[in-house]
Design a protein around this ligand. Structure first.
Ligand code: PA5
Length: 424
C-alpha cells in the first residue's frame, strides 16, 4: 500500500493553475496507455505487466534456486539500468547486517575502478562463483570488460562454465548473443521495447533479486496490481498527482528534486529513481535534477543547505510504516538525559524526526511530498517501482520530451572510444 501526502506541497502551488493542468495530465496519461507518444514503442515495460508471464517467473525462480544451492557468490555484471534496479530491490528487502542464507550478490562492470576489480577477483578466488552478465546492447564498455575477466576466471577454475555463466541480453543481435551461442551459456531475454532503466521487472532485475532469496512473484504482482489500477484512461492516482505537481514546480523555476529516504535500506531505490528521472527527463535543457539523501544521516551534512541554501529545491520523503525497533527503557542513571524518551520505539522517534523535518523544510520554502510504504516487503516495493515508472512517463510527456530515450549518454562514449582506439 502506497500513499502520497501532499500536505506540504499544495500551499506552494497556485490552485487555479494546478487545477487547469488536469486535462493535460490526463492526456499525457492516455498517451502512455495508448503508446501513442514519443518513444511509444518503448513502453513494453508497462504492457508486459498487464499480461504476466508466470512461466518466466517460475523459470527464473528455478534458476535462482540452483544458484542459491550451488554458489557462494553470484557476480552480476552490468551498469545503469542493467544493475541499479536489482541492487535497489535487494538492498531494500534483505537485512543490512544480518546476512541471510544463500549466495552473496556482488556487482561488477558498474564502473572502471582498477582497485575494485583487482580486489573482486582476489575475493572470488576459492569460492563457487556464478556469473550473470546483463547488457542489452552487449557492447557497453564497463560490463564488457568485466565480463571478459569474469569469463576467464570461470573458465580457468570450473569445468561447467556453460552452467555457471548466464547471459541476459536482447533477443538477438548485439555482441553477447554470438558469444553465448559459441559457448553454450544460458540466456534470458530483455524484451524489445523495454529500456534499461525500465527493466528491473524483466530478467535483468528478477534473476539477481530471486537469487538473493526474494519472492519475485510478489514483487512482480505488486507492480502488476498498480499497473492494472492505472490502466484506466480516467484513472485518478497519486502517481499522476506527483507527476503534475513536479511539472508545475519545474515550470515555476525549481531546479532540483531531492529524494530523502527515512530508511537506509531505501537508498538504493533512490539511486534507481535518480537514473529513472535523470535519463527520462534531462534533455532539451529541461527536467528537475534528481538527487538522493538519507535522513537523518544527511540532515547532519546536507540539512543546512536544504533549510537555508538556494530556494530551488523540492523534496520527496520516502518513509516506511511497520517495524518498531528497540524501545527506550527508563534508567535510574539518567546521565545521558534520555529518560524523556522512555517507552518510545526507534520507529516512533524516527517518525517524529521525519514530521519535524518535513515541517521545518516547508517553513524554509522547500515544498515536500511524502510517499509512505505501508510495509517493507516485495509486493510494496513492486508497487513503488511501477509508481515511479508511470509517473516519470507522464511527467516526461508534460515536459514535452521523449521519456524513453537517452541520446546524451552517447557523447562521452564517442570521445572515450575514440581515445581508446576502438576500430569503428
Ligand atoms: O537506461 C539505460 O538505457 C542505460 O542505463 C543502460 O541500461 C546502460 O547504459 C547499460 O546498457 P546495456 O544494458 O546496453 O549495457
Amino acid at each position: 500500500m502506497l500513499t502520497l501526502d501532499r500536505r506540504h506541497v499544495t500551499d506552494f502551488l497556485n490552485a487555479e493553475t494546478r487545477g487547469a493542468l488536469a486535462p493535460r495530465v490526463r492526456d499525457a496519461h492516455r498517451t502512455l496507455l495508448n503508446a501513442s507518444g514519443a518513444g511509444g514503442s518503448e513502453t513494453v515495460w508497462r504492457t508486459m505487466l498487464l499480461d504476466p508471464n508466470d512461466a518466466l517467473l517460475a523459470d527464473l525462480a528455478q534458476t535462482a534456486a540452483e544458484i542459491r544451492e550451488r554458489a557462494d557468490v553470484l557476480l552480476c555484471i552490468g551498469i545503469g539500468g542493467s544493475y541499479l534496479g536489482a541492487q535497489a530491490v535487494i538492498d531494500a528487502l534483505t537485512p543490512t547486517l544480518l546476512k541471510p542464507d544463500g549466495p552473496e550478490i556482488l556487482f561488477a562492470g558498474h564502473h572502471l575502478s582498477p582497485r575494485y576489480h583487482t580486489e573482486l577477483f582476489k575475493y572470488l578466488d576459492g569460492k563457487s562463483v556464478y556469473v550473470n552478465v546483463i547488457s542489452k546492447s552487449g557492447s557497453t564498455l564497463e560490463p564488457s570488460l568485466a565480463f571478459r575477466f569474469a569469463r576467464q576466471f570461470v573458465e580457468e577454475r570450473f569445468d561447467d562454465p556453460g552452467r555457471r555463466i548466464i547471459v541476459t541480453t536482447g533477443p538477438e543481435g548485439g555482441l553477447l548473443n554470438p558469444l553465448r551461442d559459441a559457448n553454450g551459456y544460458r540466456k534470458y531475454v530483455i524484451p524489445d521495447g523495454v529500456g534499461g532503466r525500465f527493466s528491473v521487472l524483466t530478467p535483468v532485475g528478477l534473476l539477481p533479486i530471486a537469487a538473493a532469496g526474494i519472492d519475485i512473484r510478489s514483487l512482480f504482482y505488486g507492480a502488476v496490481d498498480l499497473a492494472r489500477t492505472l490502466n484506466a484512461p480516467d484513472a485518478e492516482h497519486a502517481a499522476l498527482d506527483y507527476a503534475a505537481d513536479r511539472y508545475l514546480f519545474h515550470e515555476t523555476g525549481y531546479k532540483t528534486e531531492l529524494m530523502a529516504v527515512m530508511e537506509p535500506r531505501l537508498k538504493g531505490i533512490g539511486a534507481w529513481w535518480q537514473q529513472l528521472f535523470g535519463e527520462s527527463e534531462g534533455k532539451q535543457h529541461r527536467g528537475l535534477f534528481p538527487s538522493v539523501a538519507q535522513y537523518t544521516t544527511d540532515l547532519h551534512s546536507l540539512g543546512q543547505y536544504v533549510q537555508q541554501g538556494q530556494r530551488t529545491l523540492v523534496e520527496l520523503f520516502l518513509r516506511v510504516e511497520g517495524t518498531q525497533g528497540p524501545v527506550v527503557s527508563e534508567l535510574a542513571d539518567n546521565t545521558d538525559q534520555l529518560n524523556y524518551l522512555a517507552g518510545k520505539s526507534y520507529a516512533a522517534i524516527n517518525e517524529v524526526a521525519y514530521e519535524a523535518t518535513a515541517e521545518a523544510h516547508a517553513e524554509g520554502d522547500v515544498p515536500n511530498w511524502t510517499l509512505t510504504l505501508g510495509h517493507l516487503d516485495a509486493q510494496t516495493i513492486g508497487a513503488v517501482l511501477y509508481f515511479f515508472e508511470h509517473a516519470v512517463s507522464v511527467s516526461g510527456y508534460l515536459l514535452d520530451v521523449n521519456p524513453f530515450n537517452q541520446p546524451g549518454v552517447e557523447n562521452y562514449k564517442q570521445k572515450m572510444f575514440s581515445r581508446l582506439g576502438r576500430p569503428d
